[in-house]
Write a protein of this length. Structure first.
Length: 467
């Protein structure tokens, strides 16, 4: 057999595109500076006779299709409920047996911490294998002690050889496996070093094969690295069953776990955790956390209610419109779409008559959430108008509604769920689209006054009236 030749290629760490030359910008996904060097084995050129053997015989196959109706689903049995409710919800009701779950996130965000806590929860019922390629077993032991994780049923191994680890899984058949992290894993038969695209992809595929054949769920940690020096979770997203991202500002104590892909559940759900001295704690009441420390009686702040999956979360929108010294006013938005802010400013100017020319406008969503929903248009407009007029909005008022280009307030989905949340947290008034209001019965919301508005001007008048 001819020997395989090694060749150097360049692989985009964002999307996996390959190129024989180094490129500053990936031609496929357009990302800059993400092409990393990789060594792959060039497949040996088949000899003239060898190529023929690959041609199939017509009409022959070994595949056996199954009738859809004959395939059994024992859904209830095939999920492990972890006991960490925030995680269960994001996973779609627990860990599916045989699934491979990727947890991506920046280094230091808490991936190892949440997985060790998960191991602790599951270890009461199943044996757990924790594979670490980053830390020593002693370090994990110290962390486990700090987190108060039960240690009876958890085995540790510090290694990075994928085939050895797969062998160990096949031999010991644990009930749950954690691989921390994929960037430290290595298939010895592939020439490139660990962390390269080909290593990451191949290692993931091998773990996937073991997970499927033995029905063992495997969690894989994948570091997100902004400078693209190592292959990130993006290159393995299509291989695994579920992709979760662990996000959060490292300066803020809470973290958000978000499903980006889930073959066994919805991708809308988020889980919220608080990073404490004793590991991650679940946040049962996210609205309260988001609204903590809110300033009272100052202009330019308004409360919005966003749907994070099936859960409503109240969040504070802040705006500041100050006189500009520069020839072109400065506008920035953090946690809110920049172009959408421009659009809303144009609507406020043209349809409601508020003049923002010659003013810098800053919009900020407090607490690090990103508000992408149209239901947040109205609170953003009201916060900007409130800042311009220096008119504080009553702190117990929430605003919900989409703003159209005609300055009209349009209806939003799940209004009732949002209002229930506002009522629960103790809000006394809600500015909502009049269209939506017709479908709701006012008496259902005891203590919460519903103010229906059809136009932006009416909504601004409503906050003036509340003074
Ligand atoms: P870690 O899980 O090691 O991050 P990752 O695996 O994503 O790289 O988390 C590290 C950070 O979490 C570190 O900055 C310290 C903090 N931390 C706590 O605040 N409390 C704790 O109980 C633990 C274990 C970690
Ligand atoms: Mg870690």
């Amino acid at each position: 057999m001819p020997k395989e030749k090694l060749k150097t290629i360049y692989v985009c760490t964002q999307c996996g595109e390959t190129s024989p030359r180094w490129l500053g910008r990936c031609p496929s996904c357009g990302a800059w500076n993400t092409m990393a060097e990789d060594v792959v084995a060039e497949p040996a050129k088949p000899s003239a006779g060898g190529a023929r053997t690959a041609v199939r015989t017509p009409g022959q196959t070994s595949l056996q299709p199954l009738k859809l109706k004959n395939i059994s689903t024992t859904e209830e049995k095939s999920r492990i409920v972890t006991g960490i409710q925030e995680l269960d919800r994001v996973l779609g009701g627990g860990i599916v047996l045989g699934s491979v779950i990727l947890i991506g996130g920046e280094p230091g965000i808490g991936k190892s911490t949440i997985l060790l806590q998960l191991c602790g929860e599951v270890s009461g019922r199943r044996s757990v294998l924790y594979v670490t390629g980053e830390e020593s077993v002693r370090q994990i032991k110290l962390r486990a002690l700090r987190l108060g994780v039960p240690q009876e049923n958890i085995s540790l191994v510090a290694d990075g050889d994928v085939d050895e680890i797969c062998g160990l899984i096949e031999q010991t058949k644990p009930g749950l496996v954690v691989i921390d992290s994929i960037q430290t894993m290595r298939c010895t038969d592939i020439a490139s070093s660990s962390g390269t695209v080909s290593q990451v992809k191949e290692s993931t595929s091998r773990f996937l094969a073991v997970a499927k054949s033995l029905e063992i769920p495997i969690f894989i940690v994948g570091h997100v690295n902004k400078d693209g020096a190592i292959a990130g979770p993006k290159v393995m997203e299509h291989i695994v069953d579920t992709v979760l991202y662990f996000e959060g500002d490292k300066t803020l104590p809470y973290r958000v776990l978000r499903a980006v892909k889930n073959r066994y559940g919805s991708t809308n759900e988020i889980g919220m955790f608080d990073m404490t001295g004793k590991g991650l704690e679940q946040i049962d009441n996210p609205s309260q956390v988001m609204l903590e420390g809110r300033p009272v009686g100052i202009s330019g702040t308004c409360v919005a209610c966003v749907m994070e999956g099936t859960r409503p979360v109240l969040s504070e929108v802040q705006a500041l419109a100050g006189k500009t010294a520069a020839p072109a006013p400065r506008r920035t938005a953090s946690g809110f779409d920049y172009n959408r802010m421009y659009l809303l400013l144009a609507v406020l100017e043209r349809r409601a008559g508020y003049d923002f020319s010659g003013r810098d406008v800053y919009v900020n969503i407090v607490g690090g959430l990103r508000l992408d929903e149209t239901a947040c248009d109205l609170p953003v407009c009201l916060a900007m108008a409130s800042s311009l007029l220096d008119l504080p909005i009553d702190e117990k008022t929430v605003a919900i509604g989409e703003v159209g280009l005609g300055g009209e307030i349009r209806s939003v989905p799940h209004l009732e769920t949002r209002l229930r949340e506002a009522q629960r947290v103790g809000f006394t008034a809600a500015i909502v689209p009049r269209h939506n209001l017709k479908l709701l019965e006012a008496r259902e919301f005891a203590g919460l006054k519903l103010i229906g508005v059809s136009y932006l001007r009416e909504a601004v008048n409503a906050i003036k009236l509340k003074q």
